[in-house]
Write a protein that binds this ligand. Structure first.
Ligand code: CO
Length: 250
């Protein structure tokens, strides 16, 4: 069942989205060579709690931290730990918070100090662009397949691949609600988009093949061919005026 949100729900989702956006901003500032991913988890956890939120990832199916930090060939769900960020690393940071009963969920990728090469730089740019292509297609009257196809077409036009095994999702009282929002699909197909729909669109894009594996820790997802991967995500809310990005850093 897909729960459409009320105007009151939307106000709460705006608050949750703002908390996530602000803490992601703090995390971006905190990233530098020499920092451990565990230190980023402390920034995330404190940032959420200081703003009255609850880290939604912590304890989710046993996930042990407040943020996911995925480096280089890690796609998503990297567990913070003793890993030290190095110059030229591509780091993807994913954060979720519950505020007043509603969830915000967003992610971005960045380089530590510099991009290691032009293809890596292009990966980051195209992945972020593909998120905005998806958001642009998320309009009342369109179908979910329009969103998926917009992301996929932009990614593949640049010779990159979209991960299949993990997808975006409805978001609201729960982090993961229906519908699933794949980053691949056929325009004109799937769910008709209605006012009050709240979804997280989150392209995960690889330089090489789309295949991924889950590591021995049960969480960390890596590209099978160990190529670089990037991840961008926003929580958005749809009404007749178009998509509102709830997790935008203003
Ligand atoms: Co998500």
């Amino acid at each position: 069942m897909i729960e459409l949100k009320s105007a009151r729900d939307r106000e709460k989702m705006r608050l949750a989205g703002r908390v996530v956006a602000e803490v992601l901003g703090e995390l971006r500032q905190a990233v530098h060579s020499g920092i451990t991913t565990r230190e980023l988890d402390v920034v995330a956890d404190r940032g959420i709690k200081r703003r009255g939120g609850i880290p939604v990832f912590k304890g989710y199916h046993g996930y042990p931290a407040s943020v996911c930090v995925s480096v280089n060939d890690q796609v998503v769900h990297g567990i913070p730990g003793s890993r030290v960020l190095q110059p030229g690393d591509l780091v993807s940071i994913d954060l979720g918070a519950t505020v007043d009963g509603f969830v915000g969920d967003a992610a971005f990728s960045m380089f530590v100090e510099y991009a290691p090469n032009e293809r890596a730089e292009e990966l980051l740019r195209v992945t972020e662009e593909s998120l905005y292509k998806g958001i642009e297609a998320a309009r009342v009257g369109n179908r979910l397949g329009d969103v998926s196809a917009a992301v996929q077409q932009h990614v593949e036009a640049h010779g990159f691949s979209v991960v299949r095994d993990f997808v975006g999702h409805g978001v609201g009282r729960q982090m993961h609600e229906e519908p699933q929002v794949p980053n691949y699909g056929t325009a004109g197909r799937g769910l008709l988009l209605k006012p009050g729909l709240a979804i997280a669109i989150e392209p995960m894009v690889n330089v090489g093949g789309y295949q991924v594996d889950v590591g021995d820790d049960g969480w960390t997802v890596t590209t099978r061919d160990h190529s670089l991967s990037a991840h961008f995500e926003h929580t958005i809310f749809l009404d007749e005026n178009g998509p509102e990005i709830l997790t935008a850093i203003s």
